[in-house]
Ligand binder design. Structure first.
Ligand SMILES: [Zn+2]
Length: 93
């Protein structure tokens, strides 16, 4: 990570800004109940603002319900990237 990236990350963090990528990474912790309270707050904030991630979380919960447990690899990276791509272009369905 470069110095600028680090700085931007710190600013984002302090501003409570969570990217969709961070959200999906935090989703596993959330579902396992292993989040810190700050992580939880930021997670909830993003959830409230982002319909795409609400859909993502719903899908995760459905998967867990179907499997009866948290999958090893919740969503394959390729599928996740495609989902995130769809959120960005606003074509999520
Ligand atoms: Zn999002």
């Amino acid at each position: 990570m470069t110095r600028d990236e680090l700085k931007n990350r710190a600013i984002d963090y302090l501003a409570g800004k969570v990217t969709c990528k961070e959200f999906t990474e935090a989703a596993t912790d959330y579902l396992e109940g292993s989040q810190t309270w700050l992580g939880w707050v930021r997670f909830q904030m993003h959830l409230g603002l982002c319909p795409g991630c609400r859909a993502y979380l719903r899908q995760m919960k459905k998967t867990i319900h179907t499997l009866g447990r948290l999958p090893e690899e919740p969503i394959p990276p390729a599928v996740r990237d495609e989902l995130l791509q769809r959120f960005r272009t606003g074509k999520s369905r």
